[in-house]
Design a protein around this ligand. Structure first.
Ligand SMILES: [Fe+2]
Length: 244
């Protein structure tokens, strides 16, 4: 994998994982089957599988109430949040409620559900990555964002999409070809489900680690995504959140 195709994030903290054991599937001299390194789960506890040396991506497949999706899809895109904070899990709710108020996201039980979900994911990510604080981005995206196939320069990242087209990724066996061909790459290409939680390793997790992925190209479609991205504290993180 070429280093210039890695998104730079400059992670400071360490994700505590065992080194890759010899003889893992896909090792030297062994065929690399499809779905190597991918775990699918239906419960939050399944996300812990990312700690396994052989796991590069865990997808927690989940469903949200239709009423939530109807509410979020009908919101004026201008009222969707777009902010980044560095926050400890215990401060999450106090930190983001004023930010949601500031963008005029209406206060209601559906907004409470969104906050509750982010709160759960921040706690789970902090535990799994052994990170005291979490660099949280809740992004309103109406352009192509990171449209090139790339691998993040982090140890671990958590993503979920609440609205709009979802993140696209490539099975490890096709990763090098996707990176080389970029817009000419015609697949196979995988897509997360709406609300699915993807917890994946980046290039800092070890040699040959990192799931190749990209943002879905949406420029000119009139669609607006709402994306949650959680990272460990890094040199590019904002100052820690404090109550004013
Ligand atoms: Fe990325």
């Amino acid at each position: 994998m070429r280093r210039d195709q890695i998104e730079d994030d400059g992670v400071l903290t360490l994700f505590d994982m065992e080194p890759q054991a010899s003889g893992e599937p896909g090792g030297a001299g062994q065929p690399t089957p499809l779905m190597t390194g991918i775990d699918i789960c239906r419960t939050e506890d399944g996300l812990a599988a990312i700690k396994k040396p052989s796991t590069e991506l865990v997808i927690w497949q989940r469903d949200f109430p239709k009423r939530f999706q109807d509410w979020l899809d009908r919101l004026d895109a201008a009222t969707l949040p777009d902010f980044r904070i560095l926050v400890e899990p215990r401060d999450l709710r106090r930190a983001i409620d004023p930010l949601l108020d500031a963008c005029d996201m209406p206060a209601c039980d559906m907004r409470d559900l969104l906050v509750e979900d982010i709160d759960d994911l921040v706690r789970r990510f902090a535990e799994t990555a052994r990170s005291e604080s979490v660099d949280l981005r809740l992004q309103r995206v109406d352009h192509d964002a990171c449209w090139k196939f790339h691998c993040d320069n982090v140890e671990a990242r958590l993503l979920t999409t609440y609205r709009g087209p979802t993140t696209e990724w490539v099975q490890m066996v096709h990763a090098d070809r996707a990176l080389a061909e970029q817009q000419d790459y015609e697949g196979p290409l995988e897509r997360l489900g709406l609300h699915d939680v993807a917890l994946f390793k980046g290039s800092c997790a070890g040699p040959n680690s990192g799931i190749v992925h990209r943002s879905p190209p949406i420029a000119g479609t009139g669609q607006t995504r709402l994306l949650l991205c959680l990272n460990q504290h890094s040199v590019s993180s904002p100052d820690p959140w404090t109550e004013i």
